[in-house]
Design a protein. Structure first.
Length: 116
């Protein structure tokens, strides 16, 4: 077990503090696609660093910031969709307190995305 960064949640617990059952993430089937998209975003961020380093015109840099932001938002929406389709769906099918907790957790995640 590695050392987690300060303030980071433990990998086996969601941000809400409710225990998770050991199972695959809802996005497991799309993992390769998500990783490709994240690598593309990473490249965009490196490009932004170069733009700032070389004193690129402000508007050009802001345009690239917007593109990187949209790309990351797209990843977030794909993750949310997978979470709803798998994790929340499965919890609702099982019923009980876990279903309520998963719906609340998803609502909180959506609220965070809307504020971002």
């Amino acid at each position: 077990m590695g050392i987690e960064p300060q303030g980071a949640p433990a990998p086996h617990r969601p941000l809400t503090g409710t225990p998770r059952r050991p199972r695959m993430a809802g996005y497991h089937a799309d993992k390769d696609q998500l990783l490709r998209r994240l690598r593309r975003v990473e490249g965009q961020i490196r490009g932004l660093q170069r733009m700032v380093d070389t004193d690129t015109y402000c508007i050009d840099t802001l345009t690239q910031v917007s593109a990187a932001t949209k790309a990351l938002q797209s990843v977030a929406l794909q993750l949310l969709d997978s979470h709803l389709a798998h994790c929340v769906h499965d919890a609702i099918a099982a019923g009980g307190a876990e279903a309520d907790a998963k719906v609340a957790e998803a609502s909180q995640a959506i609220a965070r995305l809307m504020r971002a």
